[in-house]
Design a protein around this ligand. Structure first.
Ligand SMILES: [Zn+2]
Ligand SMILES: [Zn+2]
Length: 139
């Protein structure tokens, strides 16, 4: 497994690479993620020092209503891409797992915010189910 992973939006107006370790995938079921993705969101994450944008002409940021975080997306094709906290000293970025090229070498470890999940689906897998959230770099 190469330690460099590549990712992109649907149209290629945003491309990025991540060197080294990435967090295991966490599925977030909060109402904000469900609206943003059209269903729950699958995220990995990386330290910002290991994250490089290779193409960013399409990249836009949407500040969530609380003002505490931003969601990155492609303004040309609409792909959901990134999540970052706006607090001082943020050193990590959440990355939508589906944007990475295969093989990712990653596995899905847990569901989070299941207390807020939609009422139209079931979680019948054996993954851990957390009522709230986890940090971007926490496994
Ligand atoms: Zn795009
Ligand atoms: Zn969420």
């Amino acid at each position: 497994m190469s330690s460099i992973r590549l990712g992109s939006c649907l149209c290629g107006a945003v491309k990025f690479e991540v060197r080294g370790k990435m967090r295991s995938v966490v599925n977030c079921h909060c109402s904000l993620c469900r609206r943003w993705h059209g269903h729950f969101g699958a995220y990995t994450g990386a330290l910002l020092e290991n994250f490089t944008l290779l193409e960013q002409r399409g990249l836009r940021w949407y500040a969530v209503p609380s003002g505490k975080a931003e969601r990155g997306f492609c303004g040309e094709c609409g792909s959901s891409l990134f999540f970052r906290k706006k607090e001082e000293g943020t050193d990590a970025i959440g990355i939508c797992a589906g944007t990475l090229d295969k093989p990712t070498g990653l596995t899905t470890k847990r569901h989070e915010f299941v207390a807020d999940m939609g009422d139209y689906y079931e979680l019948d897998d054996a993954l851990e189910k957390w009522p709230r959230g986890v940090r971007v770099t926490e496994v």
